[in-house]
Ligand binder design. Structure first.
Ligand code: SAM
Length: 285
């Protein structure tokens, strides 16, 4: 059943997901500040952290703690407040809630209970890093954090090897060197960018290759970081002669005439028709 209602019309309650600064406080939007001033409750991943942020903008609201470990129960409380007519907004520590942060289960719960959800746009570390990376941004893949266990991290990196899109990772400073080594080992010497301390006064873009990055001094890789890596070049596998013949035979078995089967195999596999036909003739018994 399709559900449809404009977000800012009608009487159904609405949860705001609020994107917050990733470093530079002037990136807190005036829309977010206005809406937060009107809400009855602010639900937050870390109430102390968000309390300090809101205090800077003269906002003082009752907080509800809602983080990775209590999202289910806190979500229930938030849903009940919204259903009773209260206005509630949710924020994580930085950037967009939900993106490598809590909020997804809360949003899902609200949607299931007929509550509308609207996101107040703002800063996001992944997109900020990608846009300044100079790497192909037409297609990109957001990986976020890799597993912290090394064996799982290596396995996950192997699974990304064939991706042709630019890949975006989040990483913490205490794991960065191990992660860069694993990336170099799994993905090879690709072009990459480390975007550090985005929007802050010490913002830095380190541009090079993964092979060069493993030689960096860890002391210089402090703070928050996004790693953007160019996609892989996937070489098309050349079809073997045996495979081409078996594809033709399959089509003939399905009832197709030989010429038709040859034409289809050539077209479907991007191989010249003459070459496929010669191969067929040479192997016909
Ligand atoms: N929800 C956030 C977003 O929308 O970007 C991401 C939160 S995730 C828990 C935190 C990670 O985001 C950090 O470990 C780092 O990889 C990245 N990050 C956050 N702020 C950053 C900044 N100012 N500069 C670089 N990376 C940042």
């Amino acid at each position: 059943m399709i559900e449809r209602e404009l977000n800012f019309e009608g009487n159904r309650p609405l949860l705001y997901l609020v994107a917050t600064p990733i470093g530079n406080l002037s990136e807190f939007t005036s829309r977010a500040i206005e809406i937060l001033k009107e809400t009855d409750y602010v639900a937050a991943e870390d109430t102390r952290h968000s309390g300090e942020l809101l205090a800077r903008f003269g906002i003082n609201k009752p907080f509800i703690s809602c983080h990775e470990h209590n999202e289910e129960e806190a979500g229930e409380k938030i849903v009940n407040l919204l259903l009773s007519g209260k206005k509630v907004a949710y924020m994580s520590d930085a950037g967009y809630p939900v993106i490598s942060d809590p909020g997804e289960r809360l949003a899902k719960k609200c949607i299931e209970r007929g509550i509308k959800v609207s996101t107040l746009s703002g800063p996001n570390a992944a997109l900020n890093a990608l846009t300044s990376s100079g790497l192909d941004s037409r297609h990109f893949y957001f990986e976020g954090f890799l597993p912290s266990k090394r064996s799982e991290r290596k396995k996950e990196l192997q699974s990304l090897k064939k991706r042709e899109e630019t890949i975006i990772f989040y990483e913490s400073p205490h794991r960065i060197m191990d992660t860069l080594e694993d990336m170099f080992e799994a993905l090879g010497d690709r072009k990459a960018v480390i975007a550090r301390e985005l929007t802050k006064s010490h913002e830095e873009f380190i541009r090079g290759t993964l092979g060069e990055f493993v030689t960096l001094d860890p002391e210089t890789l402090r703070g928050e970081m996004v790693i953007v890596i160019e996609g892989g070049i996937v070489e098309e596998e050349k079809l073997s002669d045996e495979k081409i013949i078996s594809l033709i035979e399959e089509k003939i078995k399905e009832g197709k005439r030989a010429k038709e089967a040859v034409a289809e195999v050539a077209k479907e596999n991007g191989v010249p028709k003459n070459a496929v036909y010669s191969l067929y003739l040479a192997n016909k018994d």
